[in-house]
Structure formats: structure tokens, C-alpha cells
Design a protein around this ligand. Sequence first.
Ligand code: RB5
Length: 157
Amino acid sequence: MDDNAAKIAIASDHAGLDLKEKIVKLLRELGRPVADFGTHNHDSVDYPDYGIQVARAVSEGKNERGILICGTGIGMSIVANKFPGVRAALCYDPFTAKVSRLHNDANILVLGERVLEEKTALEIVRLWLSTGFDGGRHARRLAKIEEIEKAERRTKE
Ligand code: RB5
């Protein structure tokens, strides 16, 4: 993996900014390089404008993994999962964080600042980054998702 791909791409809207800043700090403490796509202040912004940047970077392989934060995590999930190859997981506790990696090989973690305690959110990030993909039957299922993406692309051509 090249140096840029190893960077964790991260972005939030205004409703996820405070948690984003805490996560960026944690990532730096963990020695994980970060590509921060904003937002950088509390002015009201539209989450698709920020979600698209991380989702596109992961979809195109510029960054292997990303993290998106909005108020609930729902808007960012909807945006991110529009992109081919993106497997964005809205996680709300350590269990879903772990299983999103083990079973779904999630490449974008989505969090809702308004629905999570800070301590839980940071625990989710740590677990999500340190858990690998289990492969096996789960790889077969992911291959089916890839097939769906390809078939949808073909029907639109
Ligand atoms: C912003 O008010 C809020 O709608 C947004 O952060 C997010 O929760 C959308 O899903």
C-alpha cells in the first residue's frame, strides 16, 4: 500500500465536527496517518458535500479506509454506499464495529455524533481499525454484492 492509501480519509458535517476532531486526535495518537476532508468549523453544511469526498477516495482506491460522521450517521451512510466498492457501515456499539470488519470487510466506518457517547465512539474506532476480515463464506457474500454493482452498471449503459 502506498503512503497515501494508508491514510485514513475522514470527513464530517457540522453535526459531526466535534467527534471528528476527537477521532483525528485518537488516530494521531495511534500513529495512523490521516487525510482530513473537513468540515473545519461549526457553520451549517450539507453532509453529501463531505461524504462524497471520502467515499470517492475509498471507491477509487486513493485511501483504503475512511471514517464519516454526521448527526445520526444515516445521511453519510446513504451517500457513501452509492459508490462502487464502498462498504460503509453505520456502527453504534463495539459489537457492530467488530462484525462490520469480520463479516462485511467494511471500508468506511460511519458514526452519529448525536447518538453516541464519546467514549463508545472512540472504542468503536479502535476496534474497527484493529479487526481484520474473516474471509471464507463472508468473501462469497461480498462477491455477490460486487456482482450486483456490475449488473446495475450494465443495465444503465
Ligand atoms: C444535520 O442537521 C443532520 O441532518 C445530519 O448531520 C445527519 O444526521 C443526516 O443524516
